[in-house]
Design a protein around this ligand. Sequence first.
Ligand SMILES: Cc1cc2nc3c(=O)[nH]c(=O)nc-3n(C[C@H](O)[C@H](O)[C@H](O)COP(=O)(O)OP(=O)(O)OC[C@H]3O[C@@H](n4cnc5c(N)ncnc54)[C@H](O)[C@@H]3O)c2cc1C
Length: 285
Amino acid sequence: MKPASFIYHAPRSLAEATTLLADLGDDAKILAGGQSLVAAMNFRLARPAALIDINKIATLDYVTLESTTLRIGALARHAQFERPMTDDPVGALLPRVARHIAHLPIRTRGTFAGSLAHADPASEWCLVARTLDAEIVATSTRGERRIAAGDYFQGVFTTALRGDEILSEIRLPLLGPNWCGGFVEFSRRAGDFALSMCLALLRIERGRIVEARIGIGAAADRPLRIDAAEQALVGVAPEAAVFAAAGALAAKDVDPMSDLHASADYRRDLVSAMTRRALAQAIAP
Ligand SMILES: Cc1cc2nc3c(=O)[nH]c(=O)nc-3n(C[C@H](O)[C@H](O)[C@H](O)COP(=O)(O)OP(=O)(O)OC[C@H]3O[C@@H](n4cnc5c(N)ncnc54)[C@H](O)[C@@H]3O)c2cc1C
């Protein structure tokens, strides 16, 4: 299939892009890596009258490490995260996640920010942003707005981003000492969207877990944090039985849909297994 006709704009600055977006309104779509949008246009699921291609805005192409934050510009591609960028535990975690996203040609074009703007519930970067409590920077002609990841994801393909805003940057907080993390997902074929995924983060001091974060993807309309499992892990030693209990709590807390790919019961079992395995991976040497 070919897309419906559209007018193509290629601004050279963020200011030019936001002005175009403000003028064109709902008729326009931002084009980043095109790995979700172009497919949707080819199937005529999306018919924007105009595309604003941000690929020529060089100032959006960066990943910058600061003392407590990794700042990710709107043009940073998935493949850039395949190598560790920092000694912080986040540095080891991102490559582990990145290699699960689609296939290499898609990873070299698709962007971290595009994944967050698209907000597929099975997106790995959406789960990372939610679990690490990222800050999302939205820019429009009215200025800059920062949105906490917990408020940003609002449903399937639905975010707090307004129609005239460009997602210009993601700020990922680093974890710091004594943290470790594990990421596991299950998909039927390598490169497919996952049926379930878990990102587990633990802060361990003197043999006890003092802080835990359990993020679950592909089980609801947005990435989830599982409070009950996080609380149950605090104060105990990191062991297999504790991880199994956390997995059971996570499975109890989700309410997945049945669809062509898997039943709700099967997805709930996957949530339990993914949680258990991500926690085990987090403490593996
Ligand atoms: C075969 C295949 C398999 C895939 N598997 C996976 C997978 O396993 N996991 C996964 O997470 N993804 C997967 N994807 C999707 C891929 O990761 C996309 O790259 C990603 O979803 C969107 O990023 P993009 O830069 O390509 O955005 P685009 O396709 O250019 O845009 C997607 C949407 O976001 C909007 N948008 C993009 N950037 C911005 C911005 N900066 N500000 C405001 N709006 C913006 C666009 O207007 C559009 O609505 C797969 C894609 C394909 C084709």
